[in-house]
Design a protein around this ligand. Structure first.
Ligand SMILES: [Zn+2]
Length: 242
């Protein structure tokens, strides 16, 4: 690598695996480096932010971002996606409806503006927003070359109807949880959440990652399995499901 994670304000999690906490909404973006490949996990909250992330990823790896996984269709995670032209884009099956159906698109834009994104940035992102090409139902093993394989897992619904987690084997194992897990505050359950299934989604995350993984929330500090289990139980109580 030509620069270190820390030099660009990223947090190194394992060999070739890091993440950045973005300004504004403290949204996490992950990066997994393969052999001539790079998987970015989520894309930032605007085209401008996406372009900055693209430049940083290229500085780390010396090549372009080849793969992009979107953990769920919320503006702070997907509005930068169009900055990664040519990348293979993955999302949980059904995510395309949020990107294409008029009612859902209007909801996505309104949520962004309500949360403080400038209207111009929201409009620009909406105009260029295109559905992921690859739709993950169940699990999808992605080979990034050089012996690096990651697992994309459709573990939802929960935070939304289209929640995708990314499991990166290694020592330690790293699980990118999207907003199924939040550390910096209560997990946010909006009108598109599926609360009755959320605890089961966290059970699946724990099955995938096990006791020793690093769990990377969509917002906040990296947590362990005990934290995820406690959040699972708190959500079950909050939503009245077992
Ligand atoms: Zn979200």
């Amino acid at each position: 690598m030509t620069v270190t994670w820390e030099e660009l304000g990223w947090e190194r999690l394992a060999a070739g695996v890091g993440r950045c906490r973005l300004p504004g909404w403290d949204c996490t973006v992950g990066l997994v480096v393969g052999q001539g490949t790079a998987l970015l996990i989520d894309a930032g909250s605007s085209l401008g932010e996406g372009a900055r992330l693209r430049a940083q990823a290229e500085a780390f790896t010396g090549h372009r971002v080849t793969h992009l996984a979107l953990t769920h269709p919320h503006f702070d995670h997907v509005f930068g996606a169009a900055a990664f032209a040519g990348a293979e884009v993955f999302g949980a099956v059904g995510i395309d409806t949020v990107f294409t159906a008029r009612h859902a698109r209007e909801g996505l834009r309104a949520d962004a503006v309500r949360n403080g994104l400038e209207a111009d940035s929201a409009d620009e992102a909406m105009e260029s927003l295109t559905p992921p090409r690859h739709h993950v139902s169940g699990e999808w093993t992605l080979d990034l070359g050089g012996g690096r394989q990651v697992l994309l897992a459709n573990v939802g619904p929960g935070h939304t109807a289209h929640d995708l987690a990314v499991l990166v084997p290694g020592a330690p194992e790293v699980v990118f949880c999207g907003d199924l897990v939040e550390e910096s505050g209560e997990p946010q359950a909006g009108p598109d959440a599926v609360p009755s299934h959320w605890p089961a989604a966290l059970d699946r995350l724990l099955d995938l990652g096990g006791e020793d993984a690093l769990y990377v929330p969509g917002h906040g500090a990296v947590v362990d399995a005990a934290f995820v289990r406690a959040q699972r139980d708190a959500l079950a109580t909050r939503f009245g499901v077992s």
